[in-house]
Design a binder for this molecule. Structure first.
Ligand code: MLC
Length: 523
């Protein structure tokens, strides 16, 4: 039987000579392909020794991880796949109450956190029934590596079918609670293989050139964990690994790189660096942007400064990558403001409310079907059913149009969101969740959370709050309280206290009026 485990695919692609670097940190550590195999072998050996039972239906045990970015965090992800278990990455900004929810929901058998957070998080993990709690620090410290050290370097990668669960990625929910998107080995590998060709990694390999990917994104989301890391691992590229995005460091290391992936905020911050220029980019063949809309002015400024056209693509946790601007062809084929064409093997349609296809230029709902699309939300069958059409297409929640305004008909332009979602610096934030926290504070009658244009984050979270009673609301205190409870990127950057919220005839809060009113708040 063929092994559809994604790690088996990575192994099959390894060159015969394992001594080459697959990962180098900017601090000077070098991990060869042999190091990758051995370290993931030991970690997978330790995980396997725990005899973690699968669910009755065969769903593998889960390994939940909230650590800072480091090469070992990536190795832990790969080892989890290798051991046939399911990986649950958690944003390092999440606070205790958020972690409590994720552990209670995913019911992992193993939880890995930073040494610093162990005291606070271990009781929460135990209360959620987690059997094994261990730690991993940013600099190879913590108990995880000690536990794995005695295990052999060799490990036979566990057999998995394409439909078997590989990872659960939590995405914020419209109703406030996060949903776990279940991704299979088949989802991950089909998407990685398509991108390998579509973005030219295969061609570089075939012509004997070696790509060097500068990896500066976090490791707990689709973009950094899957898109960037899989591209490098499958193509035999070297990853230049940065634990945190720092534009000065990027400028320093770019001359060694050929590919960079980022959210738009990374590109605007790079443009703010005076030393970021054509010379620094001289070896670069590709800059990719995603996770949030790239402004045409950023695309243009980047092209002017570097001579390179950023390739914008479109994806989400539930579908991985579905649409991309082209790599091959002239750079002019990358059209600013569009997210490009459906990837090979991925079906994308734009439909009216009645399900009929929209004409070119006509705005409708974007839906997708293909081997990249997840199997559903973890233990939420009703929610899953709602998000798929009766004929099996996933409703992305985005609205857009093919063609129109002089653009080729194959190109998709996103025109907005059907769901009330804010994307701040590449992180998704659902207003409902934040409103829930604000509304339960004493002195608050109600609130409306909105996204407001922001020069650095694209959109910033902001809140409009109506006080209850005579004492009013102290905006600074609301912010301070939120900071102690939820991930910092979700905390409103501004709060306006008002007497009442604008409502329509049906009594619904008119967020569009608020967005318009505060549009220039961060200008
Ligand atoms: C940090 N801060 C943010 C923020 N990131 N505020 C709003 N939005 C964000 N995204 C705030 C912190 O709360 C803090 O505020 C202050 O900035 C400094 O924190 P920091 O941690 O030092 O920030 P920094 O390192 O500068 O982070 C900025 C960033 C980061 C842009 C590098 O946000 C980032 O890495 N974004 C990438 C997200 C990503 O990978 N998305 C992929 C999703 S996958 P205070 O007040 O506490 O000082 C996906 C699918 C797909 O969407 O298609 O790719």
């Amino acid at each position: 039987m063929k092994n559809d485990n994604l790690f088996a695919l990575i192994e099959a692609r390894l060159p015969r000579d394992l001594s080459g670097a697959c990962l180098e940190t900017v601090e000077g550590l070098v991990y060869s392909r042999r190091d990758l195999l051995h370290a993931t072998g030991r970690l997978a050996g330790w995980l396997t020794s725990l005899n973690l039972p699968a669910e009755a239906d065969g769903t593998p045990a889960r390994v939940a991880v909230q650590v800072d970015k480091s090469p070992e965090a990536l190795l832990l992800y790969l080892a989890t796949l290798r051991a046939g278990l399911a990986y649950v990455p958690l944003n390092s900004a999440y606070q205790q109450a958020e972690i409590e929810y994720f552990l209670g929901n995913a019911k992992p058998a193993v939880f890995v956190c930073t040494p610093e957070r162990l005291a606070a998080l271990e009781p929460i993990a135990r209360a959620a029934g987690v059997a094994h709690v261990t730690t991993l620090g940013e600099h190879r410290d913590g108990t995880l590596l000690e536990r794995a050290a005695p295990f052999p370097d060799r490990f036979a990668t566990v057999r998995r079918r394409a439909s078997d669960l590989a990872a659960i990625l939590y995405t914020s929910g419209t109703t406030g609670r996060s949903k776990g998107a279940m991704l299979s080995h088949g989802n991950l590998s089909s998407n990685a293989l398509v991108l390998d060709e579509f973005w030219g990694f295969k061609e570089e390999r075939d012509t004997g050139d070696q790509d060097v990917l500068l990896h500066a994104l976090p490791l707990f989301h689709v973009h950094g964990l899957f898109v960037a890391a899989h591209a490098a691992l499958l193509s035999g590229s070297t990853m230049l690994f940065m634990n945190k995005f720092d534009p000065k460091q990027v400028v320093r290391w770019l001359p060694r790189a050929t590919v960079f992936m980022g959210v738009p905020t990374l590109y605007t911050r790079l443009l703010a660096e005076p030393r970021f220029d054509r010379h620094v980019c001289r070896n670069m063949r590709l800059f990719i942007s995603g996770s949030a809309p790239l402004l045409t002015e950023t695309f243009d400024a980047f092209k002017q400064r570097t001579g390179r056209a950023i390739l914008e693509r479109y994806g989400m946790s539930e579908t991985l990558m579905l649409v991309s601007n082209p790599y091959f062809g002239v750079a002019a084929d990358r059209i600013a403001g569009t997210v490009g064409v459906p990837l090979p093997g991925v079906d994308v349609r734009v439909v009216n409310d009645d399900g009929s296809r929209c004409k070119a230029g006509e705005i409708g709902q974007v839906q997708v079907r293909g081997p990249n699309v997840f199997s559903g939300y973890w233990q939420m069958p009703e929610k899953t059913a709602e998000e798929f059409t009766p004929d099996g297409w996933f409703r992305t929640g985005d609205v857009g149009h093919f063609g129109g305004a002089g653009k080729p008909e194959a190109y998709l332009t996103l025109a907005g969101r059907a769901k009330d979602l804010i994307i701040s610096g590449g992180y998704n934030v659902y207003p409902k969740e934040i409103e829930g926290y604000i509304d339960e504070m004493p002195g608050v009658a109600e609130s409306a959370v909105i996204g407001v244009p922001h020069p650095d984050f694209g959109e910033a979270v902001a809140a409009v709050v109506v006080p209850k009673g005579a004492h009013g609301v102290d905006a600074a205190q609301v912010i301070a309280q939120l900071k102690s409870r939820i991930a910092n990127f979700k905390v409103p950057k501004r709060i306006w206290v008002v007497e009442d919220l604008p409502r329509n005839a049906m009594g619904k809060v008119q967020k569009n009026v608020l967005r318009e009113r505060y549009r220039d708040a961060f200008a």
